[in-house]
Design a protein around this ligand. Structure first.
Ligand SMILES: Nc1ncnc2c1ncn2[C@@H]1O[C@H](COP(=O)(O)OP(=O)(O)OP(=O)(O)O)[C@@H](O)[C@H]1O
Ligand SMILES: [Mg+2]
Length: 261
């Protein structure tokens, strides 16, 4: 499989505190990879390294097999905290990456309007972020990442503020996107079921500093549907991931609370 994103022997610290240490990882073109792990373990830090917002202190991050001078702007990124601009409407926020790319206003508005219904935002194009619920803001932020048009999407807990039903609808929508367009997707989640349902591989990040991810291949057939949650194979995977998280926590003597949802 062609490599889309790779970390080779990457290290990163916040001051004296090492977060990532000699960490290597390969993500193949078109792969869907979920990242799961306790709060504070370093998941968002990995994404910030992959988007070029943070620079590794050692090691190399490559995109499409090539070391980039800067990764900024080359990756579709939905940050954990939505960074919507309060003075821009829903449509204007969503269109931002198209604007930056120089797409003309008419064409970019058309693209945005086309996708609004799938994101449950139809009729909200003229609203401002402070008029939206947390879940709606999250969906605008996801729409913006998707419209960045990059074939690598990094989604940091994209569905955490959604109610259960909307969450399942958005998961199915995302499954459709990656199956139709072959987009490479990395998704951080605290939800074991979500991690399994969407992914070709789940990477469990259990301890800081991150030295390696524990890989769990998800060999469930595609196309995936929500009903896969009830397969015995799915339940076995859930059990396995849960066990890895528990074991690692016991080994590290960590007292932090692991939240299962
Ligand atoms: N700007 C910063 N300065 C100093 N330390 C930071 C900074 N951002 C994060 N950290 C620390 O780095 C570690 C990893 O943080 P990170 O945000 O990557 O965790 P996470 O796995 O995404 O957690 P969560 O699931 O809660 O989002 C944490 O211990 C955090 O306190
Ligand atoms: Mg995080």
């Amino acid at each position: 499989m062609k490599s889309k994103l790779s970390f080779a022997d990457v290290s990163f610290s916040y001051g004296e505190k090492p977060i990532v240490q000699h960490f290597s990882l390969q993500i193949g073109q078109g792969e869907f990879v979920s990242l799961i792990g306790p709060s504070g373990v370093g998941k968002s830090t990995l994404f910030q390294l992959a988007t070029g917002l943070l620079a590794p202190t050692a090691g190399t991050i490559s995109l499409n097999g090539e070391k980039e001078r800067t990764l900024l702007g080359k990756v579709g990124y939905m940050p954990q905290k939505d960074l919507l601009m309060p003075w821009r409407t829903v449509a204007e926020n969503a269109a931002l990456p198209l604007e930056i790319k120089g797409v003309d206003k008419h064409a970019s508005t058309e693209r945005v309007m086309e996708l609004l219904p799938a994101f449950g935002l139809k009729g909200w194009e003229h609203a401002y972020p402070d008029q939206l619920s947390g879940g709606m803001r999250q969906r605008v932020s996801l729409l913006r990442a998707v419209l960045a048009g990059n074939d690598l999407l990094l989604l940091d807990e994209p569905f955490s503020a959604l109610d259960g039903i909307t969450r399942m609808e958005m998961q199915e929508w995302l499954l459709g996107v990656c199956e139709r367009l072959g987009t490479t997707i990395m998704l951080i989640t605290h939800d074991i079921d979500e991690a399994i349902l969407l992914a070709d591989r789940v990477l469990v990040l259990a301890q800081t500093p991150l030295t390696q991810a524990i890989e769990v291949p998800i060999l469930l057939p595609r196309p995936r549907r929500g009903e896969h949650r009830y397969d015995p194979a799915f339940l076995a995977l859930r059990e396995e991931i849960w066990r890895i998280l528990q074991e690692r926590r016991a080994q590290s003597g960590e007292k932090g609370r692991w939240q299962a949802q």
